[in-house]
Design a protein around this ligand. Structure first.
Ligand SMILES: [Zn+2]
Length: 287
């Protein structure tokens, strides 16, 4: 709140605040994470492609359904912003808000990255995370958040009056435009709220403001995802580097990020199918 509360607490304020919370979505209703399946798949896989996202840049890459990809910090702690699209239909894309609501503010092994309505299905599953030990620290911060958006030139301009063209929003826009032969204006409409890979964030305890702190990632750390549908991914290297101080500038030390794409052995995928679209058939109509 920008100003102090204008209303006094009512007599029963303590009782109202003491009501116990309930989890909005119960995890046991979600499609189960079949740990045996994913462990088998990831044990027998072959590296088929490697690409490097240079500093203050982004790249788009395809990951066929049933393949895996790793996002690796090879040289230093570097935050990456991840966008996901259905390769065959860019209107299906990662849905940060619902992923957060279904899982948590930060994602790790066993969590799904969901797509928007109407298909609303798992686009990818996190199958390994070397930073899963981090959990939530004394500030309430965790790693790999789905509570941020992506650094962007509009907010930057509003807050500083400066035009900066290497924000994750802009590099993701340029990467998507190059991958799909779109104009920058066309591509920009498809860029969406991200998974902040390796980013360490939370909400302040007293005012619930979004904060960031230096990423705990070190060279060799990676997050690995299984593509549940044919994916086009966009990954930026945030100009904030480890995002320990700021972003949207050329002052932070930055590092490239490596992406590795893996193909599992065919037999380990026996019986597996790409994720089906959501079963709701009502079309939002009544009657
Ligand atoms: Zn950024």
């Amino acid at each position: 709140m920008a100003i102090p509360a204008q209303n006094p607490a009512p007599a029963d304020a303590a009782a109202r605040r003491a009501v116990e919370p309930v989890t909005v979505y119960t995890l046991d209703k979600l499609p189960p994470y079949d740990q045996n399946f994913y462990e088998t798949v990831r044990r027998n896989m072959t590296l088929v492609d490697t690409l490097i996202v240079p500093t203050r840049d982004a790249k788009a890459f395809e990951v066929p359904a049933g393949h895996l990809f790793r996002i690796v910090n090879t040289e230093g702690p570097q935050v990456g912003d991840l966008n996901l699209w259905n390769t065959n239909d860019l209107t299906e894309r990662f849905y940060s808000g619902k992923t957060r609501a279904l899982h948590a503010t930060h994602v790790s092994t066993g969590d799904r990255l969901w797509s928007n309505f109407p298909r609303f299905r798992p686009m990818a599953t996190v199958t390994y995370d070397t930073l899963d030990w981090y959990g939530f620290d004394e500030y309430g911060a965790g790693v790999h958040d789905v509570i941020g958006t992506r650094c962007d030139p509009y907010t930057q301009h509003m807050l500083s009056g400066q035009d900066y063209n290497y924000c994750c929003h802009s590099t993701l826009t340029r990467a998507l435009a190059a991958a799909k032969g779109l104009s920058l204006d066309e591509a920009e409409t498809h860029v969406h709220d991200v998974v902040n890979v390796f980013m360490c964030t939370g909400y302040t305890r007293d005012t619930n403001e979004y904060f960031m702190k230096a990423s705990p990632a070190r060279p060799g750390d990676f997050i690995e995802l299984f593509a549940e549908i044919d994916l086009l991914a966009g990954l930026s290297t945030c100009p904030g580097g480890d995002c320990g101080a700021g972003h949207s500038s050329d002052t932070a030390p930055c590092w490239p990020i490596t992406v590795e794409i893996y193909r599992p052995q065919e037999e380990s995928l026996a019986g597996w199918q790409p994720a089906p679209s959501n079963g709701y058939g009502g079309g939002n109509a009544v009657g």
